[in-house]
Design a protein around this ligand. Structure first.
Ligand SMILES: Nc1nc2c(ncn2[C@@H]2O[C@H](COP(=O)(O)OP(=O)(O)OP(=O)(O)O)[C@@H](O)[C@H]2O)c(=O)[nH]1
Ligand SMILES: [Mg+2]
Length: 441
């Protein structure tokens, strides 16, 4: 390619070398048609982007350019003439409040002449800036390249059909070259991703080999998953009042029992394109393939928001797993914030799910009940085992007692009588190997 292609709508990494990852301090204008823009504004703010203005146009999207031609031209004029002192001064980004088509992205960019993002590109940029591990970066890069490829294809398409003569000095051949590079990089990244996924499943196999049970956490972004994980495991994870603080799965052991593993993971959000979430499937699976899944929902949200976020979470989880085999429990977090718990419980019930647990990771409210409920879900009711004294020359009773401690979580001990949560199969195995010294009360 002789000349570099100028900034394409969201093709950052493809045409311009490394994409910029820090967007702190940028100023943007949001184009909005339907839905509530507050979540997108919060996403932008999470990245330090200031939305200076929300431009609204009534009616349905223009399939060519999202806004109608005239209105878009007004926005473009305003941006180009925003001298110092103008409220739009410094705007170098236009954000479209929807998952725009490649055609819309390309056309809006052509008109406004600054970088253009839609919801997908905003999420991608956020993910890129939060991706800490090599695996997370690989996953985000795949998603980004897939999004870029769709824009590049649109450019080629527009040139082929004669809608466009050339683009930024690069002809069709130039773009085709970029497309080939993208495809090659995608192949390499996917190979890398498969390796990561394999390593992940091997680690999971090793962890659960000794009969450990896993509890996954799933929920809308910012619901309080990492805080709950920290409260239950004591293991430090990133907790922030930001959307998508967590991008990778962290596994930790529950404080009261090293045999129970907890998995904190990436959150969900509405209308996340499946390409994007699919890039994270290995990460998500680690949390979703579990013996018990806790659906974490923020009880301090307004009832309508609460319902929306719970539906999204439930849908994503069910789409990704085998519903019949899933053991799911809803946990309402942030109970200390005084949300409408009653209405939240009704909403949970109205979706056909049993009564949720109500907890606060901050003041500990409901945490004992949650721990109890986790145990019950994993192990069923508690069992009381009795160790007989035996004759003097036999193995000491204490040796059996210590084996029982290894078996599960002992909650009560009265001499040689122990009450505990434990896996029934493992328990029967221990009893059968005890020469009649251990029995169920
Ligand atoms: N008052 C109160 N705030 C909470 C509670 N749990 C979490 N928070 C706050 O909610 C915000 C988000 O918490 P996180 O634990 O990071 O949420 P998350 O679901 O892991 O979020 P992502 O990883 O970004 O998807 C943070 O500011 C927490 O301090 C709670 O029980 N009470
Ligand atoms: Mg988190």
């Amino acid at each position: 390619m002789d000349e570099p292609i100028q900034v394409l709508a969201g093709t950052g990494g493809v045409a311009l070398g490394e994409a910029r990852t820090n967007h702190d301090g940028r100023k943007a204008v949001l184009l909005h048609r339907d839905g509530n823009p507050s979540e997108l504004i919060a996403l932008a703010e999470t990245m330090g982007i200031e939305i200076l203005d929300v431009q609204y146009q009534k009616g349905s999207e223009d399939p060519r350019s999202y806004f109608g031609k005239g209105r878009l031209q007004d926005v473009a004029d305003e941006i180009s003439s925003a001298v110092e002192g103008h409220p739009w001064h410094g705007v170098d980004l236009v954000i479209i409040h929807s998952n725009a088509s490649p055609r819309q992205l390309v056309n809006v960019h052509e008109s406004v002449q600054v970088e253009v993002w839609d919801r997908v590109r905003l999420l991608l940029s956020l993910f890129i800036s939060h991706a800490g591990s090599v695996e997370a970066r690989t996953q985000v890069r795949i998603a980004q390249l897939l999004a870029d490829r769709s824009v590049l294809r649109e450019l080629v398409n527009q040139q082929t059909t004669g809608e466009r003569a050339g683009f930024g000095g690069a002809g069709q051949q130039g773009i085709r070259g970029v497309l080939e590079t993208v495809s090659r990089e995608l192949t390499q990244l996917r190979r890398k991703q498969r390796k990561h996924a394999l390593a992940r499943s091997e680690r999971r196999r090793q962890r659960t080999r000794g009969g450990a049970r896993t509890v996954g956490l799933a929920g809308y972004t910012n619901a309080g998953k990492s805080s709950l994980f920290l409260a239950l495991s004591g293991k430090q994870v990133l907790v922030e009042d930001k959307l998508f603080s967590t991008l990778e799965t962290t596994v930790g052991r529950m404080e009261m029992s090293p045999r129970i593993l907890l998995a904190d993971t990436i959150g969900f959000i509405d209308e996340l394109p499946s390409d994007l979430l699919d890039a994270f499937h290995a990460t998500l699976d680690e949390s979703l393939q579990c013996d018990l899944l806790l659906l974490v929902v923020d009880s301090s949200d307004e009832p309508a928001e609460f319902k929306r976020k719970l539906s999204t979470t439930r849908r994503e989880v069910l789409e990704r797993g085998d519903e019949s085999g899933m053991n799911i429990k809803v946990v309402l977090t942030k109970s200390d914030l005084g949300g409408n718990i009653e209405s939240a419980i009704k909403t949970v019930n109205s979706m056909g799910m049993t009564n949720p647990l109500v907890v606060s990771s901050h003041d500990g409210q409901g945490m004992d009940e949650l721990r109890e409920s986790i145990m019950y879900s994993l192990y069923g009711p508690k069992t009381t085992l009795v160790v007989s004294k035996g004759d003097d020359d036999e193995r000491s009773a204490e040796a059996y007692v210590s084996q029982i401690y290894d078996l599960g979580i002992v909650t009560e001990k009265n001499g040689l009588e122990l009450t505990l949560w434990c896996g029934k199969a493992e328990m029967m195995k221990l009893i059968s190997k005890s020469n009649g010294r251990i029995s169920i009360k």
